[in-house]
Write a protein that binds this ligand. Sequence first.
Ligand SMILES: C[S@@+](CC[C@H](N)C(=O)[O-])C[C@H]1O[C@@H](n2cnc3c(N)ncnc32)[C@H](O)[C@@H]1O
Length: 233
Amino acid sequence: MKKDPYKTLSRYYDSFVEPSNKVLRKILYRLYPPEQGMHVLEVGCGTGTNLQIYHNAGCEIFGIDLSPSMLAQARDKLPGNSNLSVGDASNMHYESDQFDIVIGMLTLHEMAGKIRTPVFAEMKRVVKSNGRILLVDFHPGPIEFPKGWISKFVISFFELTAGFTHFINYRSFLKAEGLQTLIRSQNLIIEKEKIVSGGNIALYVTKLPEYDIQLSSKNSDRIVTAHEMRNTP
Ligand SMILES: C[S@@+](CC[C@H](N)C(=O)[O-])C[C@H]1O[C@@H](n2cnc3c(N)ncnc32)[C@H](O)[C@@H]1O
């Protein structure tokens, strides 16, 4: 296995990033509140802070992450029966159509360009057809002045501190229009969108297209679902 880029950082990760990430987690939770018993997977779950929130809400939690040291932090935080795996999200061992919620938070931007689409396709494969993919990541803007410019400076500082490769991947993610390109590439439907941090961070609730084909006929604005269409002779 390759060197773990979070080997040293993992111990300080929560104290470093949680002051700013806490609010993002709250917004995401409110955008799509979970129900008790839901199966929730976080791709790139890191130290498990999101999973802890969904566990407290009565969900069954699953996390996958490339970094053994980040997962070690998650294991300290989460109950012993949590389903945590070291692995690459571009090739997950989960069965298809399994999760009510699949989360990707501040993870896709740090992957090399060629791996983002396969990871996203995997997220789409494992989510239930009536489930949701919740996404949070950096956004290319437009950036508001002055708030957005200050945030951009702080974000760039953190991304540089995380290492050269990390920074290059972050830059290429923004150049490729961030999450929007990935959402389009998998034909997902954006149900809710929120742009924060002066235009630097985007949060999305997305769903699969086949359960939301909405046809407005010429004479009526009645909504025909894909299910109805399949059952119509
Ligand atoms: C910035 S951390 C975010 C962690 C967590 N999502 C959170 O909100 O705190 C990004 C995580 O993505 C993981 N990651 C990066 N590439 C990955 C891949 N290909 N498969 C699985 N995890 C990956 C990293 O190891 C790291 O723990």
